[in-house]
Write a protein that binds this ligand. Structure first.
Ligand SMILES: Nc1nc2c(ncn2[C@@H]2O[C@H](COP(=O)(O)OP(=O)(O)OP(=O)(O)O)[C@@H](O)[C@H]2O)c(=O)[nH]1
Ligand SMILES: [Mg+2]
Length: 319
């Protein structure tokens, strides 16, 4: 079970300030107060949505805020209320207020749940007029919207797991096949925590690279393998430009075995990545070598759309 998790600050809109103003025109040199009220800040709601599967859309957001109310104006002009904002989260998302530790689960698509209330607009000086105070010089400021730090959590079971040595191109594949934006870089252990993406409803987990001795704690160890224990299908990514791809394959298989022999029995696709870096002869040789493992083998390059498409079709067929 994987947990897709994001922490964001949510804010209701601030209320607009009330105005201080007095009627002044050609006829009235010294009129009464006419400062209008500020508008209320917009509320922030969450609502469940069936069509979204991950919290990916929140991953790079630090803060979400509803609109502020507009300040009141002269001539008793009311400031406009700020617009409410509804954010959509996948059904099953658990939302926890990190300060109070209170939490709830979003279970349906119909309820709009208030998570940060907008601030009330302040009253303008016109509202403070009384028989004894005909020219009040005070007004209220708008109240601040509620601010909360919340955690969004979604429990997911991955259908497909990407495994392989560090730098094999796992995250790159996840990025082209799904809506995810994992960090990709030309060095080992770029991925430190599993990344999740969704491809046509299938959840794909890209886990940190494994190295020889991972089951004994080397590198980032093998603790992330627990996330793929329940997947139906593994995609074993092997850098086809590596010195010894078949040795790379065996190294990772050995670590899988040391973790749990059940992982070896899972259906597995061998993805020979970065095929743009090798010549035709090496492609043929690798296909010949890897076919011996009696698995589906596919050559793939980010720079060859057809190969990406073929991998996608294969994964959809096998899942
Ligand atoms: N030429 C070429 N480079 C690729 C291809 N796929 C990935 N790369 C490069 O390989 C490097 C490693 O890619 P990642 O996707 O970060 O590899 P990873 O397996 O997720 O690595 P870790 O997270 O460290 O385990 C990056 O510099 C990518 O740009 C490809 O098809 N062709
Ligand atoms: Mg990675």
């Amino acid at each position: 079970m994987l947990i897709d998790e994001v922490i964001i600050t949510v804010k209701g809109g601030n209320g607009g300030n009330g105005a201080i103003s007095f009627k002044r025109n050609a006829q009235t040199a010294k009129g009464g107060p006419d400062g209008g009220n500020g508008g209320n800040g917009g509320n922030l709601y969450v609502q469940g949505e069936n069509d979204v599967d991950t919290l990916t859309s929140f991953r790079y957001k630090k803060e979400i805020k509803a609109q502020d109310g507009v300040n009141g104006g002269r001539y008793n002009l009311y400031g406009k209320n700020g617009q409410d904002l509804v954010i959509n989260v996948p059904l099953g998302t658990v939302i926890t207020n990190l300060e109070t530790k209170e939490g709830f689960e979003v279970t349906n698509e119909t309820d709009k749940i208030l998570i940060a209330k907008g601030g009330k607009g302040g009253r303008g000086n016109n509202e403070f007029k009384t028989s004894t105070a005909q020219a009040p010089k005070y007004r209220e400021l708008g109240q601040s919207g509620e601010v909360k730090k919340i955690k969004l959590e979604l429990k997911m079971i991955a259908d497909i797991g990407f495994i392989g040595l560090p730098n094999a191109g796992k995250s790159s594949l996840l990025a082209v096949l799904t809506n995810a934006h994992p960090k990709i870089a030309d060095y080992p252990f770029t991925t430190l925590e599993p990344n999740l993406g969704v491809m046509e409803g299938l959840v794909i987990a890209d886990i940190p690279g494994l190295i020889e001795g991972a089951s004994a704690g080397k590198g980032l160890g093998d603790k992330f393998l627990k996330h793929i224990e329940r997947t139906k299908l593994l995609v074993h990514c092997i850098d086809s430009s590596s010195q010894n791809p078949s040795q790379d394959y065996k190294t990772v298989r050995k670590e899988l075995e040391d973790y749990s022999s059940k992982l070896l029995e899972k259906e597995e696709v061998i993805a020979l990545t970065k095929s743009d870096l090798i010549d035709e002869k090496k492609k043929k040789d690798l296909m010949r070598i890897f076919k011996k493992f009696r698995k589906e083998v596919i050559l793939i390059s980010l720079y060859n759309d057809e190969s990406v498409d073929d991998l996608k079709k294969l994964l959809l067929k096998l899942s």
